[in-house]
Design a protein around this ligand. Structure first.
Ligand SMILES: NC(=O)N[C@@H](CC(=O)O)C(=O)O
Length: 432
C-alpha cells in the first residue's frame, strides 16, 4: 500500500486541509494528517484534475505537429488528467482499430487518460456514417463522436448519427460551420474583414447549424454537444434550446474568452483559428454564457501545427492554436479575476461537466474520500510570461507568447501518481 499526504492545500480556494492518498484513492481529508511521504501543497488551491473534451493530438499521421506523448505531457502541465483526442488524424479515427491505438498510446505514456473521439462519418467526408457502434464497444469505449475540423452538414446524416448513438448513450459533438457560407473563409466577417481584404466567416454560418441541430436533437430525443461556440447568436440559440428542455451542451475555448478579431490586423497567422476570433461583443456574450451556465464547459481545442504551416502567408496558413498549457490561466484571467465565476464553477466547467458529457468514469469527481486522486494544485497568485519555446508540445503556435498570464500549475496527480511536480513534468513514479 502506498500512502502519501498532500499537505496544506485549499479545495476550491477554501480552508487549508491535508489530503491523504492511498493506492490512487483519496482516503482522508482533514488537518494535521501524517504519513511517511508528504508533498507540500504550499497553501495553494486544489481542484479535481481537469478534463478536456476537445484536444488535437495529431497521432497517427502528423507526428511532426504533436504525438500522444507530447500532447499528454502538455495536458499534464496544464493540470489535465483526461483529454479527448479528436478524430481528424491520418488515418482518421473512424474505426475501432484507430481509436484503440490512440487509447493504448495514452495508457502507455501515462501522463493523462486519453479518451479517443470517434469520427461521425467515414474519413470525415460527410457522406456515410462511420462504424460508431464498433468504436463504442471497442476497448476505447468511445462515447463522443465528432467530425471536428469539418461540420456534419448533411441534415439527414446528422439526424441518423444522433439517433444511432442513443443506443450506447453517445453524443455527437458538432463543429458548427455551414460549409457553403464559409467557402474560403479566413476571419470573422465584419467591417474588419472588408478592410483587410480577407474572406469573412460570418456568425450566421455557426448559428444556422446550431439552430438546425438543436431542433434535430429535440426531434429525435438525443444528446447534442456544440463544439467551440463563438458568437452572441450561438449563445442565444443554446439558451433558448435549454429553456425548451433540449438535451444540448456547449463549449467555449479559452481563446474565444480572451482574444478578439482586431488581432488579425497584424496578419500574423498565429491568430488564425476556426471558428475565427470574433468581436468584443461576442467575447462578452460567451463570458456571460459561461457564467450563467448556458455554456457548460471550457474546452481547449488545442490545435498544434508545425512552423511551416503557421509562419507563412495568412491565406495559406493552417487554422488552430495551442491551448492545453494556458487554459486554466486564461480562464482565471477572463472569468475568475473579473469576478464572473468562482473556482467551484471553474471545476464544474473544466472537470465535472466535461467528464459527464464524455461519460468518462473516474474523472470530474468531487474532492471526497473514496474518489480517485485526480488532482491539480494551482497557484493563482503566481504570474508568468508565456514562452512558446518552453511548451511541452511539439508545436509552437501559442497566441499568448510574450503575454503575462496569472496562475501556475504546481502539481498534477493522476490516480495519486504525480505527473507534474513543482511545475515540471514528473515521469518517474516516486509517489506511485
Ligand atoms: N480549431 C482549429 O482551428 N483547427 C482544428 C480543426 C478545425 O476546427 O478547423 C485543427 O485540427 O487544427
Amino acid at each position: 500500500m502506498s500512502t502519501f499526504i498532500l499537505r496544506n492545500v485549499r479545495p476550491f480556494g477554501g480552508d487549508a486541509v491535508d489530503i491523504a492518498v492511498t493506492d490512487g484513492l483519496i482516503t482522508e481529508i482533514g488537518t494535521g494528517l501524517s504519513g511517511e511521504e508528504v508533498v507540500d501543497g504550499g497553501g495553494h488551491l486544489v481542484l479535481p484534475g481537469l478534463v478536456d473534451l476537445h484536444t488535437h493530438l495529431r497521432e497517427p499521421g502528423r507526428e511532426d505537429a504533436e504525438t500522444v506523448r507530447t500532447g499528454s505531457q502538455a495536458a499534464a502541465l496544464g493540470g489535465f488528467t483526461c483529454v479527448h483526442a479528436m478524430a481528424n488524424t491520418d488515418p482518421v479515427a473512424d474505426t475501432a482499430g484507430v481509436v484503440e491505438q490512440v487509447y493504448r498510446l495514452g495508457v502507455e505514456h501515462g501522463y493523462c487518460d486519453v479518451q479517443p473521439v470517434g469520427a461521425v462519418t467515414v474519413g470525415l467526408a460527410g457522406e456515410r456514417l462511420a462504424e460508431l457502434g464498433a468504436m463504442a464497444t471497442s476497448a476505447a469505449g468511445v462515447r463522443v463522436f465528432s467530425d471536428d475540423g469539418k461540420c456534419v452538414s448533411d441534415a439527414v446524416l446528422m439526424r441518423r448519427a444522433l439517433e444511432y448513438v442513443k443506443a450506447f448513450d453517445g453524443v455527437i459533438a458538432q463543429h458548427a460551420q455551414e460549409p457553403r457560407l464559409t467557402e474560403g473563409a479566413q476571419m470573422n466577417e465584419g467591417p474588419l474583414s472588408g478592410e483587410l481584404g480577407l474572406t469573412g466567416w460570418p456568425a450566421v454560418a455557426e448559428e444556422a447549424i446550431i439552430a438546425r441541430d438543436v431542433l434535430l436533437a429535440e426531434h429525435v430525443g438525443s444528446r447534442l454537444h456544440v463544439c467551440h461556440l463563438s458568437t452572441r447568436g450561438s449563445v442565444e440559440i443554446v439558451r433558448w434550446a435549454k429553456s425548451r428542455g433540449i438535451d444540448v451542451t456547449a463549449e467555449v475555448t479559452p481563446h474565444h474568452l480572451l482574444l478578439t478579431d482586431d488581432l488579425v490586423r497584424s496578419y500574423d497567422p498565429i491568430y488564425k483559428v476556426n471558428p475565427p476570433l470574433r468581436s468584443p461583443d461576442d467575447v462578452q456574450a460567451v463570458r456571460e454564457g459561461l457564467a450563467d451556465g448556458t455554456i457548460d464547459i471550457v474546452a481547449t481545442d488545442h490545435a498544434p501545427h508545425p512552423m511551416e504551416d503557421k509562419e507563412c502567408e495568412w491565406n495559406v496558413a493552417a487554422f488552430g492554436m495551442l491551448g492545453l498549457e494556458t487554459a486554466l490561466s486564461v480562464v482565471q484571467q477572463t472569468m475568475v479575476d473579473t469576478g464572473a465565476i468562482g473556482w467551484e464553477r471553474v471545476a464544474e466547467a473544466m472537470s465535472a461537466a466535461p467528464a459527464r458529457i464524455g461519460r468518462v468514469s473516474g474523472h470530474g469527481r468531487p474532492l471526497a474520500v473514496g474518489e480517485p486522486a485526480n488532482l491539480v494544485v494551482y497557484d493563482p497568485t503566481a504570474r508568468r510570461t508565456v514562452e512558446a519555446a518552453a511548451s511541452a508540445s511539439l508545436s509552437r503556435n501559442t497566441p499568448y507568447a510574450g503575454l503575462e498570464l496569472p496562475g501556475r500549475v504546481v502539481a498534477t496527480f493522476l490516480r495519486g501518481r504525480a505527473t507534474v511536480l513543482d511545475g515540471a513534468l514528473f515521469s518517474e513514479g516516486a509517489l506511485s
